[in-house]
Design a protein around this ligand. Structure first.
Ligand code: NCD
Length: 306
């Protein structure tokens, strides 16, 4: 662990590689029926300032499975609408006794300042175009379940790389775990800061893992013309390209999917697709994340960990 705020889960960069593997393996163990921690003495609030189906519901499902009690929080009916800041909202929840916060927010790196103002664990459910560590963990879990390891694998991440927190979280972790990562998609959306080779989609389909991304329209300034059919033909997974995938290759997508844009609609349910399995895995990955945060919190309170 490279940070003083041990119980937080903000980025995968915070963790040593061995710790990432431990989390993945705990998630897989939970999926296979291992006994989960009983956190029935713990309360949690999920603060989603950006839209979410999967991340929010699977955190809630993970919380249920760990018997945590959720304090419902809805941004649209909260005092955020009266001008309260994110930090004051979070401190309020801490003051009333909430043990942990899961936060998704549109501001990249919103947690940088916030983490210093809280004494309860903060779990990042996605920050702007920054990081999405719980998604990354479930993606890594899905790859490990399929291939057993990462060394020797090529993972092609395809689409709106520049605006994708999923890409940013995954590239670093995958490289550290030993995979080769390449990017694909419109060159205008290539991101040199990711430090990966950019290839065309017809080269990307030679990878072992094809990870497709949704075009992040909400993070664009609206000046670029976009035609879904043209995008699909030039950068998407078409039926013809699916036919060129390796026998053992898998197709992933964090969803929501725009069918017919980044992937041909029928391919979503084809055998190489792991898209719905990723969603199932997301619950176990988040159970592992929550268990760790609560274990750390308890250890810190007992003074057995600094
Ligand atoms: C992703 C996100 O919100 O970053 N979705 C998710 O959490 N499963 C990807 C996206 O919205 O495109």
């Amino acid at each position: 662990m490279k940070t003083k705020t041990k119980a937080n889960f903000l980025t995968l960069e915070m963790f040593e590689t061995i710790e990432i593997i431990e989390l993945i393996d705990r998630a897989i163990e939970l999926k296979h029926g291992a006994r989960a921690m009983d956190l029935s003495d713990m309360t949690v609030a999920n603060l989603f300032f950006e839209n979410s189906t999967r991340t929010k519901c699977s955190f809630q499902m993970a919380e249920h499975r760990l018997r945590m009690k959720e304090i419902p929080f809805d941004v649209s009916t909260s005092s955020v609408q009266k001008g309260e800041t994110l930090a004051d909202t979070c401190r309020t929840l801490e003051a009333i006794g909430v043990d942990m916060l899961v936060v998704r927010h549109g501001e990249t790196g919103y947690y940088e300042q916030l983490q210093n103002e809280l004494n309860i664990p903060l779990i990042n459910g996605g920050d702007g175009s920054g990081q999405h560590p719980s998604q990354s963990l479930l993606d890594l879990m899905t790859i490990r379940e399929t291939f057993g390891q990462f060394t020797g694998l090529t993972v092609a991440i395809c689409g709106d790389l520049a605006h994708s927190r999923v890409a940013r979280s995954n590239v670093d972790a995958l490289k550290r775990l030993g995979a080769r990562v390449v990017g694909s998609g419109p060159v205008d959306w290539a991101d040199p800061t990711l430090g990966i080779e950019h290839v065309g989609i017809d080269d990307a389909v030679e990878a072992d893992v094809l990870m497709l991304l949704r075009v992040q329209h909400e993070r664009h300034d609206g000046t670029m013309a976009f035609d879904p059919g043209d995008y699909h033909a030039a950068h998407g997974l078409t039926i013809a390209r699916y036919g060129k995938l390796k026998d053992h290759a898998i197709v992933m997508h964090p969803a929501p999917i725009n069918r017919g844009v980044e992937i041909a609609s029928e391919l979503v349910e084809y055998p190489k697709s792991r898209i719905f399995e990723q969603m199932t895995n997301g619950v176990y990955a988040r159970m592992a994340i929550l268990e760790r945060a609560m274990r750390m919190k308890k250890e810190m309170e007992m003074g057995t960990s600094r």
